[in-house]
Each structure stands twice: as structure tokens, then as C-alpha cells.
Design a protein around this ligand. Structure first.
Ligand code: EPZ
Length: 416
């Protein structure tokens, strides 16, 4: 079955290594299209979103080989520029190939990547910004064609911060003629990793880590070997597992320097945290009230991808609390499933009000998307009785093996 069975009510004790970052691996794999030759990407997570990205690269003519977490991409044979609809539809991050393919091939046709339960996730800003760089885009009902003779740089004053738009513009600008300015650029660590990869390959990018990126187009990039950083959202997920179930865990390779807002919130909730050079030690459970609530923001603010996880922690803290979601318009899909477990959560617009004094009991719940699915597993660890979380395939998009990692941390669960 496509599910996880969890035997709840046990505290955690153990250690696990944090996998490479999904949201850094995907744009970096797309960026290999800008480089003629073979790039070697280390520490790529073994997850279905990376699998789909590799299939997309192969469908374009790339040779892809994998040795554990080392992926080699040889783009010498790239010929096609039409993306197979089934792969584009399955994974939104295929939109990142748009900028890279335009830079490499000059023309792309692809289906509109679907939205998902957390929001419509349109690509209007991607298309609008690429038009400013000389791309002609003909939009159909199901798909669009994009053509560019030679991409030219542009000043990109964006209406709001978008991770994907920033990534697409970096990929379109790094080989374009002239200079591109992106402001406000997203500052997520994944953007910084993409810039570091491209700079190592010969790209000229200034302002890395700031909200203003200046990219000077170059003629050519050269193949490189690059290591993807650890996944801050996966580390935050297992940190929250300890906040909810209690106990003490060590998260090897946790990128603590990228998790300041998360660590500060976890500390305020009552966790004991010790940052070590090789990871993060966590002990205790959520037991305090977050006086000022929790508001999701673009980096370095609290990440929307950990909002569902911290909703569970607040629901188990014994203290009432509230969360405001400011990035996506529909990211409280986990609420009805938590209510089935006994939680008392009221949603009003983009705010969720959470009672912290309701014990959770295990039952059968349904994951609706990636991070909400992980949050349901974490809730089941702390709830009484045996629970089932269905639709595990959503969770496998971003977590290498959530059952193995949580078992390493002392949890009692199994594939079902
Ligand atoms: C990236 O999505 C991540 N995905 C998401 O992680 C993450 O939640 C999100 O950034 C915010 O941090 C990957 O990196 C693969 P956005 P992205 O463009 O790029 C709206 C996960 O769990 N928008 O920053 O799609 C959009 O609808 C995933 O790993 C437009 O309106 O996010 C959203 O409301 C979930 N028009 C807001 O901007 C556009 O053209 C921010 O989205 C583009 C975006």
C-alpha cells in the first residue's frame, strides 16, 4: 500500500544524517544544460522529484548516470527542446528548465506546469520577466512556445519575491548578452547554491545572498563538480519530530546556519538546541506558547515549507497559538486531517488558530501534498495508538526514506 503505519506515543532517541537539498539539487541539475560537457553533482537526494528531473534531462538528449548520491550529467547530446508532457505535469520544478533551455537551444515548447493543492502557482511572472530579455512567448490553452534569438540582459524589477522566477532569470541571464539585474531576488540558500555552482563554472554573478543580483553574461561555462548542501527543510522536519514526540536526537549535517528562524522558533517553543560543527542536537518537546504567533516569510524569515510541521508542534504544546501563511494561498490543507486526530484548529483567511490542549489520537489520515504529508507522520509519532498516513508518494517526492530516518531516531513505524 502507498502508506506509512506509525505506532505512536514513544519519545525519540538516536541520530540520522540529513540528505542533500531537493530545492538546491533541482535548479542545479537544470543549470547543467547551460554547460557543454559532463558535470558531477554530489549529495543529490534519492527522491522522486530528482528522478523526474533526470528523466526530463534524458528526454532532451542528456546522458545521465548515478552512483549513490553522485549524479553525472553529460549534455553533449542535447537536441530536443520539447518537454514530455507527462513529466512536466508531474513536477512543477520543470519550469526551471525553461530559462536554461532558452539559453542553450533558443526555443522551448512545454505544457503549463500544474498547480497543486497549496496554490494555483501560476507562471505569469516567469513569462513576463523572460519577455523583457527578448523571449517571444506564444501562449496556447494547454502549452506555450518560447523563442529567443539571443537572450539579452535586462533590469528585472519584480513585483514580489519568487524563488522560481529568480532561478529562471539567473539561468537565462548567465549566458545572455549584457547585464541583468534582479531585484528583489529571492535569497533562499537554494538560490545561493545555484549561484555558487554557476560561478564555479565561470559565471559572473554579484550580490549572492542579497536581494539584488547582478549577472554579467559570459560566452561559455565549463563543466564542474559541485556538492549540494544539506536540506534545511528535511532537517527542520526531524527537528519538529523531536519537538512533538519528545526525547533527544542528533541531526548530522543539519545546515544550522540556514535555519536561524526555525531554530529561534523551536527554542521559543521549548526545545533545547545545541549547534555542533557537524550537526544539530535537539532535546525536549514543545511546551511554551509563541506569544507573537508564527508568520511565514521569504528567506531569511520562517519558511512556508515548515509551516505544517510547526502547526503540529503548536497543537501538541499545551499552549494555544496561531499561524499566518503569507506565501501560498491554500497551505492549510493539513487542518481537516489533524482535526480527525482530535486537534481543534480554526482557519480564518490566511490565519490558523490552534488549541494546544487537545491530545491527539491516531487514526487513518490522507497526505494531500509533500510537507503536509510529512507533518501528518510527525503528528502520528506523538499521538496515542496506531495510525496510518496514506498517499506516501507525496512524501517520497522530498524525503529519501522518511520511515528509515525516523526509525534511526527511535520512532516505531513501517511502510504499509
Ligand atoms: C519554491 O517554489 C519551492 N519549490 C517551494 O518548495 C517553496 O515553498 C517556495 O519556493 C517558497 O519558498 C522548489 O524550490 C522546487 P515561489 P516556487 O515562486 O518557486 C507566486 C517544497 O515543499 N507566483 O517563490 O514555485 C506563487 O504562486 C516546495 O519543497 C506567482 O504568482 O515558489 C506563490 O504564491 C513547495 N506567479 C508565491 O509567488 C509566478 O509566476 C511564491 O512562490 C511565480 C510565483
Amino acid at each position: 500500500m502507498d502508506a506509512v503505519r506509525i505506532y505512536g506515543g514513544k519519545s525519540l532517541s538516536g541520530q540520522t544524517r540529513i540528505q542533500g537539498s531537493k530545492n538546491a539539487s533541482l535548479p542545479i541539475l537544470a543549470a547543467t544544460l547551460l554547460i557543454d560537457g559532463t558535470c558531477e553533482i554530489e549529495n543529490c537526494p534519492d527522491i522522486s522529484d530528482v528522478y523526474h528531473m533526470l528523466r526530463l534531462l534524458e528526454s532532451l538528449g542528456c546522458q545521465v548516470t548515478r552512483e549513490k548520491s553522485l549524479i553525472r550529467v553529460d549534455t553533449g547530446g542535447v537536441a530536443a527542446c520539447d518537454m514530455p508532457a507527462d513529466s512536466v505535469g508531474v513536477m512543477r520544478s520543470s519550469i526551471m528548465l525553461l530559462g536554461a533551455l532558452l539559453a542553450r537551444m533558443g526555443t522551448v515548447s512545454m505544457e503549463y506546469p500544474g498547480g497543486c493543492v497549496i496554490g494555483k502557482r501560476p507562471i505569469d511572472q516567469h513569462l513576463c520577466a523572460l519577455r523583457r530579455m527578448g523571449v517571444e512567448i506564444i501562449e496556447g490553452r494547454e502549452e506555450f512556445q518560447a523563442k529567443a534569438g539571443k537572450l539579452h540582459g535586462a533590469v528585472q524589477e519584480l513585483p514580489f519575491v519568487s524563488v522560481g522566477v529568480t532561478e529562471n532569470l539567473i539561468l537565462a541571464a548567465v549566458l545572455a548578452e549584457g547585464e541583468t539585474v534582479i531585484c528583489p531576488a529571492a535569497r533562499e540558500p537554494e538560490i545561493q547554491a545555484l549561484c555558487e555552482f554557476l560561478i564555479k563554472a565561470g559565471g559572473r554573478i554579484q550580490g549572492v545572498g542579497t536581494k539584488r543580483l547582478v549577472i554579467e553574461g559570459v560566452k561559455k561555462l565549463h563543466p564542474v563538480r559541485f556538492r549540494v548542501p544539506a536540506d534545511r527543510i528535511v532537517a527542520g522536519t526531524y527537528l519538529t519530530a523531536c519537538l512533538c514526540a519528545g526525547g533527544n536526537v542528533f541531526l548530522e549535517d543539519a545546515p544550522c546556519e540556514q535555519m536561524q528562524s526555525v531554530l529561534s522558533c523551536a527554542g521559543a517553543l521549548g526545545a533545547g538546541l545545541m549547534v555542533w560543527p557537524d550537526g544539530l542536537f535537539v532535546e525536549g518537546r514543545a511546551c511554551n506558547r509563541l506569544a507573537d504567533g508564527l508568520v511565514t516569510k521569504v528567506y531569511p524569515g520562517f519558511p512556508t515549507d515548515l509551516q505544517s510541521l510547526f502547526m503540529v508542534a503548536i497543537a501538541l504544546s499545551g499552549q494555544d497559538g496561531w499561524i499566518e501563511e503569507t506565501v501560498f494561498e491554500n497551505r492549510f490543507r493539513i487542518v481537516p486531517e489533524l482535526v480527525k486526530m482530535g486537534a481543534d484548529i480554526r482557519v480564518e483567511g490566511n490565519r490558523a488558530y490552534i488549541r494546544g490542549d487537545r491530545p491527539l489520537h491516531n487514526t487513518i489520515v490522507e497526505a494531500q501534498e509533500l510537507r503536509g504529508g510529512a507533518a501528518l507522520v510527525v503528528a502520528a509519532l506523538a499521538a496515542e495508538g496506531t495510525g496510518i498516513v496514506r498517499n506516501r508518494h507525496y512524501i517520497d517526492r522530498g524525503y529519501e526514506d522518511i520511515t528509515l530516518s525516523l526509525r534511526e531516531l527511535g520512532a516505531d513505524l513501517e511502510l504499509a
